[in-house]
Ligand binder design. Sequence first.
Ligand SMILES: [Cu+2]
Length: 334
Amino acid sequence: MKHFIGVAVLVVILTALVGLALNTLGLLPDVASLQGQYIDGLFQVHTWIIAFLFALIVGFMLYSIIVFRRKEGDESDAEHIEGNNALEITWTVVPLITVLSVAVLGANTLSKVTAVDPGAMEVKVIGQQWAWRFEYPEAGVVSDVLYLPKGQQALLEMESMDVLHSFWVPEFRVKQDLMPGSTTELRITPTEIGDYTVRCAEVCGLQHTYMLADVKVVSEGDFNTWLSAEAAIADDPVARGQKVYESYGCKACHTLDGSPLVGPSFLDSFGRTVELADGTTVLADADYFYNSIINPTSQIVAGFPPAMPQNFADQLSDQQIKDVIDFIMSLSDK
Ligand SMILES: [Cu+2]
């Protein structure tokens, strides 16, 4: 009996130490969603079960090694024990109940994490090698940053354009694969305003590591302001084109004020006669601009190096190219 009390004290102390150590390690980033809170609750239970099991095994082992060490000169055999029904029943029934309870707890958590809020806001998530796109169908907005209002459930309807990807924001805890040819769902109710990152959690090719996107959780007011500003842009080809100009690096080489930079300024560039490096001239119309973007080395403007990136045909959709041309054309009064 004395030994059992000794071991029990050791196990309790070890459990507390291991449990506290695991909790202070900071294994997870701060949780930022309602679903994540349920998952963290379950994780806590598991942490303590793990700490207890560790302490139970290691505690008994340490105690036995130290207390039942063979004494100097003791050559006798240990006592032989042939089965113990009570013990065997206990170590079958206790783990059975434990595992079943964990299963019930897990199922319970799963149902909370997937609980449907009828007022959820729908966002389409499109994954492709190697970028994320987010669509807000009700507002007709497309964005490469995932904006979410705090406190409202977002229903993410996810699709892949090519291979398997996986949507994962560690602070939200939940994770879901995207599959070509079918739609998968994920529900997230953000609880903390802040900036996060979606990272693809399914190896999807060469640039998999860089398949990241920004997530911004904002107040409901800020969200609505952003959404209506984006919706206004979405309706206006020139505004869309300006966004392409700003977010695809064009502005690093093309100014809007008439001064040449690495490339010619876009101000009043439409409708002029362009002198090309090969001595010919061409009218700067929409076709010329299109060709300059898609196939930049074919018509080099005289006096400029052939420095224009050659991969915009892959980076930009046809619509984006049309939009940016509309934007360039809007900068001339011709
Ligand atoms: Cu991916």
